[in-house]
Design a protein. Structure first.
Ligand code: BGC
Length: 266
């Protein structure tokens, strides 16, 4: 039991068929929220099955969830997604812009233009399309929370991932600007910057002992985080316990942002 109350809150968590999104969906449901589990496309049967499994496990645990599909990089699909959620849940109280991709590692001078654009379309435009739809509804009810999942790479530059780092830094400023636009309407907008969390997105790194050691050295706590360790913070921020918080980023990174390399020397 989390000790956090989201009873009856209607929450969409984008990209909740795996990784952080899945853990957030499960924690929210545990706190009593009605959860819209989202994945990208029924054309990908593995994702569809994974999303349906998340929904089923929430329902089996006594929670409430339903599965929805949409490519969030397409504005018209996002519009239909929110209409479908209206139809099932009667509106939305919490949006977690979690869906994201880091793309293929490539230096700016060598990378593919389309690949760069795809990352920004999902990580930044996708969050924008979803926030736009959510805010139209939240403004009417004078209540709501938007959580944007950024990354430590909203702060730390990352060679080979300029699209990802730029999108995440953009999402951070988007968070602050929306918070400013909506504070007087009773809406809170926050970001969580996860560090290295053990999820499918970085599996190639943590499944190899050599790259795992290199990553652990970049974390003050010396280990990767679990999706649950991000999900509990998300549940707290989305709840009324965080009623005086808006427009800021909370890092959940085991101390990646305190430059552990500077413990010695300098
Ligand atoms: C990325 C991970 C990476 C972490 C730390 C995250 O935003 O998704 O792949 O391990 O940042 O670099």
């Amino acid at each position: 039991m989390l000790g956090i109350d989201l009873a009856g809150r209607r929450a969409l968590i984008t990209g909740s068929c795996s990784g952080l999104g899945r853990a957030i969906a499960e924690a929210f449901a545990e706190a009593g929220a009605h959860v819209a589990v989202h994945y990208r496309s029924p054309a990908n049967p593995a994702d569809q099955a994974a999303a349906q499994a998340v929904t089923a496990s929430i329902i089996q645990a006594g929670g409430m969830a339903q599965t929805f599909a949409a490519d969030i990089s397409q504005a018209d699909q996002v519009e239909s997604l929110f209409k479908a959620i209206d139809g099932s849940f009667g509106g939305i109280d919490i949006l977690v812009n979690n869906a994201g991709m880091d793309g293929v590692r490539a230096l700016c001078s060598e990378g593919d233009i389309g690949a760069w654009e795809s990352v920004v379309r999902v990580d930044l435009f996708g969050a924008y399309y979803c926030a736009r739809e959510a805010l139209q509804r939240m403004n009417r009810q004078k209540r709501g929370v938007i959580l944007n999942i950024t990354s430590v790479h909203e702060f730390i530059p990352w060679e080979g991932y300029s699209a990802y780092a730029s999108a995440k830094a953009g999402l951070s400023m988007f968070t602050k600007t929306l918070a400013q636009e909506t504070a007087d309407a009773g809406i809170r907008v926050l970001a969580i910057a996860p560090g290295a969390i053990q999820t499918p997105i970085n599996q190639s790194v943590w499944s190899n002992p050599k790259t795992l050691r290199d990553l652990d050295e970049k974390i003050a706590m010396g280990r990767l985080g679990t999706p649950r360790e991000v999900a509990t913070v998300a549940a707290f921020l989305a709840s009324d316990l965080a009623s005086y918080m808006t427009g800021t980023t909370v890092a959940v990174d085991g101390g990646m942002l305190i430059y552990p390399e500077f413990r010695h020397g300098g």
